[in-house]
Design a binder for this molecule. Structure first.
Ligand SMILES: [Zn+2]
Length: 187
């Protein structure tokens, strides 16, 4: 979740336009579904169109890949300059084999990195925010945030001034009992 950012003052992607998420290399079906669910959370909360591997070619594309290279200094890293890329430490390194299910951790990681894809360049102060820095150690039960914090919403709208799309949900909550976790509108 730590992010190394290239120096860049301007937005890389237009968050109001559709963004194709293209998994590169080896992804299991479960991992792609985890990415799809993480993307859906942002779409529900903000009205963005982050879509995994759409049939049609979209002008905006983000490539995501697992690579050992990033593990040395972060769980994942988003480089915001075009073409935007997300490098993720392979999930086998996330936890020891004893800890079992890695999907919640991958979900939380992807959820956070997609915020950087959507131009958020800063981290939240609150440890429960999606955009919290990974330095704030969470125990396993808190790995997946309960939803978007007020701070996450502020960071998104600050990072995308003039963003005018309607959000499908006023408040998104994450169902953490499912694997991968799934977002829904709060009632
Ligand atoms: Zn980050």
């Amino acid at each position: 979740m730590l992010l190394a950012l290239a120096a860049s003052g301007c937005s890389a992607l237009d968050a109001e336009q559709p963004v194709a998420l293209a998994p590169e290399g080896e992804w299991t079906g479960r991992q792609i579904e985890t990415l799809r669910q993480a993307a859906r959370c942002w779409n529900l909360q903000f009205g963005t169109s982050l879509e995994v591997a759409p049939d049609v070619a979209w002008p905006q594309e983000v490539r995501l890949r697992f690579t050992d290279l990033v593990c040395v200094y972060a769980v994942a890293r988003t480089s915001p300059s075009l073409p935007v890329r997300v490098d993720i430490c392979p999930t086998r390194f996330f936890f020891s084999a004893a800890s079992g299910n890695r999907e919640p951790f991958l979900f939380a990681t992807l959820l956070h990195e997609l915020g950087h894809v959507l131009n958020i360049r800063r981290h939240a102060e609150g440890s429960l925010a999606i955009m919290a820095s990974g330095e704030e150690k969470r125990d396993l039960s808190q790995i997946v945030p309960p939803g978007f914090a007020d701070e996450d919403r502020r960071l998104f709208y600050d990072a995308n001034p003039g963003f005018a799309l309607d959000a499908p949900c006023a408040q998104v909550v994450v169902d953490r009992s499912l694997s991968p976790p799934v977002c829904a509108c709060a009632r």
